[in-house]
Design a protein around this ligand. Structure first.
Ligand SMILES: *[C@@H]1O[C@H](CO)[C@@H](O)[C@H](O)[C@H]1NC(C)=O
Ligand SMILES: *[C@@H]1O[C@H](CO)[C@@H](O)[C@H](O)[C@H]1NC(C)=O
Length: 476
């Protein structure tokens, strides 16, 4: 009797050593066309064998010796294809079914990334429609804040479906991420499987997502409680993903940092996080696309200063952003039009990753020069705008209350009067001219600003692409 109990105990211990890495499972999408795609595990046996089966036939197999307990197998590059069954044989046999090779995207950030499809406009129809994209696959990383790096997460891969999109907030799938993935998937006629990994937490600071090294590079000492403590989400929700090869990362965060650390620190911490994630993933400088803060009226100018700080990250290679300032809600920090957020992110990927000849950048200031009228009474601020495809048109937001006086949109700062509104604005092609009255011949323009309100009304959009002109503050 005693001996039997002892044996049972041993058996239980042995099977416990094979950690079930949740990211590896049925329905997963593995990154295609890449030498960095891995299968990994923990085993007591000395050899691991992996078989890839297609239509029940063995397509490829891999072996590795186990050194210590952990093992990693790098797969050769596979084109977009599937479904495969992957059988892993160690001291036990595990099978992953319905596995596809395609492109994998990580979606991270705070509540505007976490906000689920169910909470967006037109959600009933959108959720019903999700059944049409079986090779759009979703993995929702469960909240997990930790003070030490982890190597596993909770969650499972599911096919796009009403039950996969689920409920509110954490009980549902990220709307910005899903709409991005759906638009990319549709633009490729459903031929390339798309995997979306959502790992986010509402209300969190960038510091929570940064490794200690990344924080140190900016002398960043900002810390909150629980999930907002330094590196807690890096430890719990990013480190366990580092073995999983991805095509690119998407990011929607920054609201929480407006009041903690602010724009000045964010200019260092955000790019530091990107660089550090890239270093730790060790798959090259993968593309990183982020959403700029949406319009939100209760906030002061520091909100738009954070928008400008976010753009600093585009100095890194392969970092682009989608503007959302014109699709915010003046009274709700969680705007419901996430379709357009996802669509704008998808334009970047469609152009940069898939080579589709489409516009993805909104009109952006290139340069500003100042000239004067002959009698000296007027200064002309000449703005040269890049990325103008159609006409620049002023767009009235649906909740606009003081449209569309020029003073709310542009201002110039002069040496003698501080900020002043231009008398008038003329727009022709990619040129905008501001007419500024001068009080004396000694008055000169120091800088020009556009859409620096937290919720800017009447912004310009490109009539052809629908993309808004980006906020700017430019020293002349
Ligand atoms: C609502 O969603 C459905 C399904 O995606 C779509 O066909 C329809 O055009 C959407 N309607 C609006 C008004 O966005
Ligand atoms: C961090 O602090 C060190 C020592 O005070 C300083 O040399 C370094 O320039 C600082 N780095 C940043 C990014 O502020």
């Amino acid at each position: 009797m005693k001996i039997h109990f002892f044996l049972l105990f041993i058996v239980a211990l042995v099977s416990c050593t094979n950690i079930n890495y949740k990211l590896l499972g049925n329905n997963m999408v593995l990154q295609r066309d890449s030498p960095y795609t891995k299968i990994w595990g923990v085993s007591d046996s000395q050899v691991v064998n992996i078989g890839l089966l297609r239509d029940g036939k063995l397509a490829d197999s891999y072996d590795t010796k186990v050194i210590g307990k952990k093992w990693v197998i790098n797969l050769k590059p596979y084109p977009s294809s599937g479904p495969y069954q992957i059988v892993v044989k160690t001291d036990e046999t595990v099978s992953y079914d319905n596995v596809m090779f395609g492109d994998v995207y990580l979606c991270s950030g705070q509540s505007n990334m976490e906000m689920s499809v169910k909470l967006t406009d037109n959600s009933t129809a959108e959720i019903a429609d999700s059944i049409n994209y079986p090779n759009l696959r979703l993995f929702h990383v469960k909240h997990n804040q930790q003070d030490k790096p982890q190597d596993n997460v909770e969650g499972e891969w599911v096919q796009s479906s009403p039950s996969g999109l689920g409920g509110d907030w954490e009980a549902g799938f990220s709307a910005a991420c899903y709409y991005f993935g759906r638009e990319v998937y549709k633009s490729l006629d459903g031929k390339i499987p798309i995997g979306l990994i959502e790992s986010n937490w509402g209300g969190t600071l960038v510091e929570a997502w940064m490794s200690p090294e990344a924080l140190k590079a900016c002398n960043d000492t900002i810390r909150g409680d629980g999930p907002n403590d330094q590196s807690h989400l890096w430890n719990g929700q990013i480190v366990p993903l580092l073995n999983y090869n991805i095509k690119a990362a998407l990011w929607y965060q920054g609201e929480a940092n407006v009041d903690f650390g602010g724009a000045q620190l964010y200019k260092c911490s955000f790019p530091s996080m990107i660089t550090d994630w890239r270093k730790n993933w060790n798959i090259g400088n993968f593309p990183f696309y982020f959403v700029q803060l949406a319009g939100y009226a209760p906030q002061a100018e520091r909100w738009s200063q954070l928008r400008l700080a976010q753009i600093e990250a585009t100095k890194l290679s392969n970092v682009y952003f989608a503007t959302a300032m014109d699709i915010g809600d003046p009274t709700d920090i969680h705007p419901r039009n996430k379709q357009e957020v996802g669509r704008r992110l998808s334009l970047i990927a469609r152009n940069q990753i898939y080579g589709q000849p489409i516009a993805y950048k909104g009109p952006t200031l290139n340069s500003a020069t100042v000239t004067f009228s002959q009698d000296g009474h007027l200064a002309f601020v000449n703005l040269n705008i890049d990325n103008v495809v159609g006409e620049l048109l002023q767009f009235k937001t649906n909740k606009c209350t003081r449209c569309c006086s020029v003073g709310t949109l542009f201002s110039v700062v002069t040496n003698s009067r501080g900020a002043v509104a231009p008398l008038d604005v003329s727009v022709k092609g990619n040129r905008i001219v501001l007419f500024v009255e001068r009080t004396s011949r000694d008055e000169v323009v120091r800088s020009v600003r556009y859409a620096m309100d937290a919720y800017a009304e009447c912004v310009y959009r490109d009539g052809s692409t629908g993309l808004p002109m980006n906020t700017f503050e430019f020293q002349v």
